[in-house]
Design a protein around this ligand. Structure first.
Ligand SMILES: Nc1ncnc2c1ncn2[C@@H]1O[C@H](COP(=O)(O)OP(=O)(O)OP(=O)(O)O)[C@@H](O)[C@H]1O
Ligand SMILES: [Mg+2]
Length: 391
């Protein structure tokens, strides 16, 4: 799919902007702080209802204004829709398709995009929670039903944690009968998440390997594996103690997962009562990234970490592309090229050239290989100085 036209009203530093977009690569250039990222953030929001930079929508409304509007014409083969979201400072946001109101949460069904931005470096260098979120977001994009399973698991986890906390505070174990009921629910929803993530990692791993080799060269091997807290041998918490011994088993059947989960809850029960939190389950798992047999986290160089994070995003685009009946997701690359060496830039250009549409931002146009710069747009102070590279 692709975006053919974008309109912004009071979004970030754009008072009002209209922009035609071309198929294939589109390059947004301009000095720092002019509005390049703001522009692609608007499209990312239309596609996912979330910003890659902020958790509150208010920061995206132009300062001093009450509402921001992002409107885009999306085309997919010979079909075209007009998608719109309005972010309101007061009251709920609103969404429209072809100028008719729809439920805001239905908007992502109309627009699929994959955005890579500097913040994604945290996928490699940051805490496990970011990697879990990455997997779960992709899980939900592929299988929307999983959204309810993830929400149910979170709810059960919160309730179980508060039961553990109150048992700890009161020093009585009287409520522990109730705990067994929560255990079963936790195991049911948790098993579904663990297994779905395992399937996803099976699909994603070869794509990550391909994407990394495509960017860095075939002599580099990037791989992924799930680290399951339910297989942790002791009460060691590998999130805080990465040296803690963890059993690695690549694949469990659903029955084995549930069984291992149940056994893990028995193992950690004492520690859970002492600490008042749930110590085993998908909320404490990690996606381990390995580069040339070393863990990427803590070992990979800046450029390598960057390439790995980018490979994770390119791999998710490849998975979505394969499964989608609405064409390729729109690929958005914010500030990617400046961080890569010459040969990686070239290879990245090769890797993304086949996508229906790629949106690229760069402060220095010369950092982006020429063949991606055909449709180049200059951005200055929240204005689109279309097509005039010397303006
Ligand atoms: N809600 C808002 N209202 C008005 N201006 C805003 C708002 N949010 C951000 N800005 C302004 O937008 C500018 C940043 O734009 P953006 O992040 O798109 O820059 P950029 O062109 O991507 O720069 P860089 O090359 O440094 O990444 C800043 O000057 C900031 O003050
Ligand atoms: Mg930027």
């Amino acid at each position: 799919m692709r975006v053919t036209h974008l309109s912004l009203t009071d979004f970030r530093n754009y008072e009002s902007a209209e922009l035609e977009l071309a198929p294939g690569p589109n390059l947004f250039v301009g000095s720092n702080g002019q509005g390049k990222t703001n522009l692609v953030e608007a499209l990312g929001y239309l596609s996912t209802l979330a910003s890659h930079r902020v958790s509150s929508d208010h920061a995206m409304i132009r300062s001093g204004c009450d509402a921001a509007i992002v409107r885009a014409r999306l085309s997919n083969g010979d079909q075209s829709v007009l998608a719109e979201v309005q972010l309101n400072r007061v009251g709920a946001n609103r969404a429209q398709i072809n100028r008719s109101a729809i439920k805001t949460r239905e908007l992502p069904r109309y627009f699929s995009s994959v955005l890579f931005a500097p913040e994604d470096l945290a996928l490699v260098r940051g805490e496990p929670s970011g990697r879990r979120r990455f997997l779960d977001e992709l899980l939900i994009l592929r299988t929307p039903r999983m959204s309810a399973v993830v929400a149910d698991y979170d709810r059960v986890l919160r309730q179980r944690n508060s039961l553990l906390k109150s048992a700890r505070a009161s020093g009585t174990r009287g409520q522990l009968g109730t705990l067994d009921i929560w255990d079963e629910r936790l195991i049911n929803f948790g098993t579904e998440i663990i297994d779905a993530r395992a399937d996803l990692v099976d699909e994603l791993a070869p794509e990550v390997e391909l994407a990394y080799a495509a960017i860095a060269g075939a002599e580099h091997a990037a791989s992924l594996s799930n680290q399951l807290s339910i297989l942790s041998t002791g009460t060691d918490d590998f999130e805080t103690d990465p040296t803690g011994e963890v059993l690695r088993r690549d694949r469990l059947t659903a029955d084995q997962t549930a069984e291992a989960f149940r056994a893990a809850l028995v193992r950690v029960r004492r520690a859970e009562l002492e600490r008042g939190i749930t110590l085993a389950g998908p909320h404490r798992d990690d996606l381990v990234l390995t580069l040339n047999d070393l863990p990427a986290r803590g070992y990979a160089s800046h450029g390598e970490s960057w390439s790995f994070a980018l490979s994770l995003k390119l791999a998710s685009a490849a998975v979505l592309r394969r499964e989608s009946n609405s064409g390729d997701p729109v690929l958005i690359l914010d500030d990617v090229f400046a961080e890569l060496d010459e040969s990686r830039r070239d290879r990245l250009a090769d890797a993304v050239e086949g996508f229906e549409q790629v949106l690229i931002t760069a402060a220095v146009g010369g950092d982006v290989p020429n063949r991606l710069g055909g449709n180049s747009v200059l951005i200055r102070a929240g204005r689109i100085v279309a097509g005039d590279e010397n303006a």
